[in-house]
Write a protein that binds this ligand. Sequence first.
Ligand SMILES: Nc1nc2c(ncn2[C@@H]2O[C@H](COP(=O)(O)OP(=O)(O)OP(=O)(O)O)[C@@H](O)[C@H]2O)c(=O)[nH]1
Ligand SMILES: [Mg+2]
Ligand SMILES: [Zn+2]
Length: 356
Amino acid sequence: MSLQLLPEEPTICPECLREDTLGMEDTLCAGCGKRPSAAAQRLIRTLGLTAIQALGWPGHGKSTFLAALTLVLRRMGMVWNGFFCSALTESSHRKLRELNTYLATGALPPPTAEEGGTVLLLLKNAAAWGDRLLVYRDCPGELFEGFDVQIDRLPLFQRAPVVFLILSLTDLKGVAGGRSLEMLMETLVHSLGQLPEPARQRRCAVVVLTKADSIPDLPPLVRSYLISDRLWAALDPGLRAAADGERAGAGDLTPEPGTEAYRERMAAAGDAIQAWLEAVPAGRNLVRMAENHDLALRFCAVSATGSQADDNGFLSAPWHPRRVLDPLLWALDFDPRRLSFIDLPDEPVGRRTGAW
Ligand SMILES: Nc1nc2c(ncn2[C@@H]2O[C@H](COP(=O)(O)OP(=O)(O)OP(=O)(O)O)[C@@H](O)[C@H]2O)c(=O)[nH]1
Ligand SMILES: [Mg+2]
Ligand SMILES: [Zn+2]
């Protein structure tokens, strides 16, 4: 038998996520026509991808939540030792510029008209998780309006082990177009069932209750967990200075995200949200459907902006995201290969491969 050269390893285009077996370092990607960065491809091969798909109806807050999460991540070096977050592609870089503009002006993302570019971020030294490559792509809510999601327009949906179900309870009050919250879960489980066999895997669904600042009847434990989040104050230079002054007397600091103490509080808030939702028929339906389809289920309540926008779509108070990191912390914990949440060692995990 003659010795054969091994075929080149599959590569994934960092811009459009097309998978290819050709070495693309010097060629243009057949999917998007761009020249993929060799450095980004190498990182994808060594670290794998921590891929997230956000599902949610129009206006429920997907873009605003992803914006706030990214803005928080960009600053987490103020809290996590040795951490930085860097853009790895042209579209990620463009997205960061857009988000910085929102932050500076109090503007909010416009309704999403078409699929956004792929945002690929290196999370270097992310606390107990080590190095991760986070990938997400913002999508228009209209893609999730039917019983089936439009899979052909969602390259990440087929692959992402973690799905964020973005639900705004305030937007489900009244007639709400006939929608109720379990319908998004219904769309998810039905669409997962339509996927070809190789794309089937155990997944984690994080129910993210957005705009939690405007939900008046949140359970008290959840409300106090939400408003006691001091993370943004630690990340924002102006607020940090003020907080340093106050802290001299108070001393009650939120534990650092990723630590055991933080996870315990995050899990307790999640359990309280689940119990609260299960007290209504739509919530109970949602939970039972997830259980029946073997989805790992987690619950978070977040506020991307901290306050309501005015009639012109601008925030009158500066951005103040609360608990927006929590859904990502669940996502980082979820290990699709072991079909469960990983038990994190005390030391950083370091390299992780094959998360894609
Ligand atoms: N009070 C409050 N309002 C929010 C928050 N996040 C979003 N909103 C409001 O909800 C509106 C819609 O949010 P988007 O993020 O654009 O919603 P989307 O899900 O991306 O919608 P499509 O792009 O149309 O699918 C925003 O313009 C804000 O007015 C929040 O955390 N608190
Ligand atoms: Mg949007
Ligand atoms: Zn491409």
